[in-house]
Ligand binder design. Structure first.
Ligand SMILES: [Zn+2]
Length: 308
């Protein structure tokens, strides 16, 4: 357990089998004997036991809330067990809970592409997706609702894009923004095309997060961000540059998604072809909504025209 600010701790548990460089972050906010977790991590024994030990090491702490930024199982699958052990209430945005429930039985895209040849991961993640669905909310929140933790105020900031009901809670004392997966400490997050994600909403969410003028940003994965607004601007710029690149390529005659993906990601590893295609589709859906592109068809075969 590491102190981030006098009221915020990182409960980072390393998992040796985790296929990505940064496992999901879990943060604890605490004041006056009360606590709230931001996200819940995985439900394996090591993660749960380590986090419970840390919680018990704070004298008199009563865990009041487990706030889930979004339904993806790397953030939510530990929540049901932690609720059982602490009596805390699970809090989620009202638009996210239906997706969490649906993800147990339907194919809802997740951040984590688990390679099929790794049987152990495939089995584990299938089980954890089911466990994630057990983490039904005790309290559904909407944008601008607040939770009190001791004398602290945690504002719920609805920040859709990565998922429809994504939350980026904002701790007013100390101006700490919990970005969830809208911002990763390293690299760029996945924004799936509608109906699962939305690039138009995502950019608007980044701007909304900037308007909070946070002093510190705790991300869903990876290290802390000390200059939140600069980082948010970098992400907005990166997406805008990609958009301009797409329009320019379409103008040059690359008029299918397949051909755009090939131009934009020339060195692409086949395993992430699906991810790359979905990013291009996501940008195109935003451009179409803004009247800047016209599309016909679906997926990699989609045909694109510059509009306006
Ligand atoms: Zn995610």
């Amino acid at each position: 357990m590491e102190e981030v600010t006098p009221h915020v701790y990182s409960l980072d548990v390393k998992i040796d089998w985790f296929p990505q460089p940064f496992p999901p972050n879990v943060h604890l906010i605490t004041d006056g004997g009360e606590g709230a977790l931001i996200d819940a991590g995985f439900p394996d024994d090591e993660s749960i036991n380590t986090r419970m030990e840390w919680l018990r090491s704070i004298p008199g702490l009563s865990l009041k809330y487990i706030v889930i930024t979004h339904h993806h199982f790397d953030h939510s699958s530990g929540a049901a067990k932690l609720r059982e052990l602490t009596g805390a209430k699970i809090v989620m945005h009202k638009d996210e809970e239906p997706i969490l429930k649906r993800a147990a039985t339907q194919d809802v895209p997740s951040d984590m592409d688990v390679p099929k040849e790794h049987k152990e991961w495939v089995e584990r993640t299938a089980q954890w997706r089911k466990e994630a669905a057990q983490a039904g909310a005790d309290e559904l929140v909407a944008d601008d609702d607040t939770l009190n933790i001791g004398g602290l105020t945690l504002r719920m900031v609805h920040s859709p894009g990565h998922t429809a009901g994504h939350l980026s809670p904002f701790l007013e004392e100390g101006k700490v923004l919990f970005a969830g997966d809208n911002v990763l400490g390293m690299g760029t997050t996945v924004v799936p095309p509608p109906p699962h994600g939305d690039m138009f909403d995502y950019i608007a969410s980044l701007k909304k997060m900037q308007s909070l003028d946070a002093d510190l940003m705790c991300c869903g994965h990876g290290p802390l961000v000390r200059e939140p607004n600069r980082k948010l601007q970098e992400l907005i710029d990166h997406r805008q540059e990609r958009e301009e690149q797409i329009l320019a390529l379409v103008g040059e005659g690359h008029d299918t998604v397949k051909s755009l993906v090939k131009e934009i990601y020339p060195e692409l590893d086949k395993r992430i072809l699906g991810m790359a295609t979905s990013q291009v589709l996501s940008h195109l859906s935003k451009l179409e909504r803004e009247g800047r592109a016209k599309t016909e068809g679906e997926g990699a075969e989609m045909r694109v025209e510059v509009a306006g």
